[in-house]
Design a protein around this ligand. Structure first.
Ligand SMILES: NC(=O)c1ccc[n+]([C@@H]2O[C@H](COP(=O)([O-])OP(=O)(O)OC[C@H]3O[C@@H](n4cnc5c(N)ncnc54)[C@H](O)[C@@H]3O)[C@@H](O)[C@H]2O)c1
Length: 341
């Protein structure tokens, strides 16, 4: 039997404890240490998991030779520096979304991991959801036809962030799902938004991703909405899928609906739309905690050298789009091209 991989989690704020809970329970993983510069947060987590060692000093922690992998769940502005130090110390590295504050930083992390033969993974947890996996399976089977457009809404009251706008906070989830489903990167991005509460930090944004085959995806993100909404509609040429992540059981509904236009017509009078209304069905979804599947992929990748599904390049592609969205916001919603990677 192989030795368990020694792991440390950095950042014990809101999200870090979820990673800790999953890593503690994962066979083949030995969560050894947790780190936070805030002693109160550290004490809180050590109270929950008395077997763990705590540290407020990251530079000391990365010297620990019993630790082979580090998971980083700190604010975005710290991701690059912490991940770089982790990779330089020879540790496999998991970093929460978005991967870094710029595509240049993201690319440096990828190069560093590749040079050293280390796993670099990004926390795009939604691509590990059984609902998203099921949608991908349906899309790839051709059952819904060609994807015409995807529209996504992720709305909430808060949680306001101080250093990133709502697109950098919430849209990584939608972007990672859309890239996964489309199997392609957009050629350009447009984004409009407004800062109502904190000056210069948009709390509502509307982003459009334009794909090379003419496909379109729109993402509405907001911290200023009365309801929690996590909805994505995938409109295909044959069928349509509604994915509602707030639904406890029937998260996906497939509608056999479409609109058809006649192939030939000579005059506008002859032109007739034909609406097709068929059945709706909600496929069975296996209940698996996406974060557990994500942590498992990190561990498998460390053990086998395989690339995790949410690898550094996926993180890079998401950051590229976020960066373009910020540029578009600055120029009033104009189109910003995305360089192919
Ligand atoms: N995958 C998801 O669904 C999901 C959900 C929420 C947050 N996140 C991501 O998780 C990350 C953290 O978000 P959060 O909401 O938990 O933030 P948070 O502010 O609640 O927690 C961050 C913690 O990191 C600590 N920290 C900051 N700098 C540090 C350093 N240099 N060394 C050690 N500790 C340090 C802070 O003291 C704090 O306790 C972000 O990247 C965020 O986007 C992901």
């Amino acid at each position: 039997m192989q030795d368990a991989v020694g792991v440390a989690v950095v950042g014990c704020g809101y999200w870090g404890p979820n990673l800790i809970r999953n890593l503690v329970a994962l066979p083949g993983c030995r969560l050894k240490r947790v780190c936070d510069i805030d002693e109160q947060r550290l004490e809180h987590v050590l109270g929950l998991y008395p077997g763990l060692e705590g540290s407020t000093d990251y530079d000391e922690l990365i010297q620990d030779e019993e630790i082979g992998a580090i998971a980083i769940a700190t604010p975005v502005r710290t991701h690059y520096e912490l991940a770089r130090k982790s990779l330089e110390a020879g540790k496999h590295t998991f970093v929460e979304k978005p991967m870094a504050s710029s595509s240049v930083e993201s690319r440096e992390l990828i190069d560093l991991a590749e040079e050293r033969g280390l796993t670099l993974m990004v926390g795009h947890v939604f691509i590990y959801c059984s609902a998203v996996r099921k949608i991908k399976e349906i899309v790839d089977s051709g059952d819904i036809g060609e994807i015409l457009y995807i529209s996504s809404r992720r709305l909430n009251l808060g949680l306001f962030q101080k250093d990133i706008n709502v697109a950098w906070d919430l849209a990584p989830h939608d972007i990672s799902i859309i890239l996964y489903l489309m199997g392609d990167s957009p050629v350009s991005v447009n984004c409009q938004g407004k800062a109502h509460v904190s000056q210069g930090i948009e709390d509502v944004t509307n982003m459009s991703l334009n794909f090379p085959n003419g496909g379109l995806a729109t993402i509405h993100s907001s911290w200023l909405d009365p309801n929690k909404i996590r909805e994505m509609t995938i409109v295909g040429s044959k069928k349509m899928i509604l994915y509602d992540d707030t639904e406890p059981l029937e998260k996906i509904r497939i509608y056999d609906k479409r609109v058809e236009t006649p192939p030939h017509y000579d005059t506008f009078a002859e032109f007739q739309y034909s609406y097709h209304y068929g059945d709706m069905h909600a496929p069975y979804l296996k209940q698996v905690e996406p974060l557990r599947a994500e942590c498992q992929d990190f561990l498998n990748s460390i053990r086998t050298g395989s690339k995790p599904d949410s690898n550094g390049w996926e993180g890079f592609r998401v950051v590229q789009i976020l960066e373009a969205s910020s540029e578009s916001l600055r120029n009033g919603g104009g189109s910003v091209s995305i360089a192919p990677c």
